[in-house]
Design a protein around this ligand. Sequence first.
Ligand code: ADE
Length: 232
Amino acid sequence: MRIDVLSLFPEMFDGVFGASMLGRAQTNGLLDIRVHNIRDYADNKHRKTDDYPFGGGAGMVMMAQPIFDCMEAVQGGEPARRILLTPRGKLLSTERARALAKEERLILLCGHYEGVDERVNAIIDEEISIGDYVLTGGELPAMVLVDCVSRFVPGVLGSEQSAEDESHSNGLLEYPQYTRPADFRGMAVPEILQNGHHANIQKWRQEQSRLKTKQMRPILLGRFGKSEESEK
Ligand code: ADE
């Protein structure tokens, strides 16, 4: 899968895309991630990429020209799903991430300042937000999206199973996990995990998942009931 990121701060991505699973997935040829500097495409003398908003108001607006030129150069006329990261977008979810992982190519545009000139929407297929809070720019959201989508690209995780096992993938939060030692500072691993049969362990985990979800995110329980796939 190829992912291009268009940003005014490309240096922000170095550590995140170079390390751990994402780094390895690129070395293994499963992901091809490229970050581009929008400023390189500004056609004015001072390489300006933002300007004052028409109609007045606080802050600056990202100009359409550098973004259009950057998008056209990077896309090169090939098909790609083009996404703008903005607090105004649809909320990112497991389902959306799983669907995006099936695309051959994504281009992510990181918004900044007070926003992006509305005419940029002409070259955007979808707007995504990572949560109902406002960050200083779309860079961190783009990293979140790339990480979250990559987990569903076959081969990126050690085993295919793990993306489906964790919190949210079945609509519930994940059950508690333990590793050795069985007793740590007087805190013991639940007996059933140490000696229980597979079926009993499964049942315990399912109960714990429901309990945790009820405590932390009760709204998810309603959705869980409605999902045929999860019920299975
Ligand atoms: N840019 C600023 N805040 C954002 C958010 N919550 N999601 C996506 N992009 C953003």
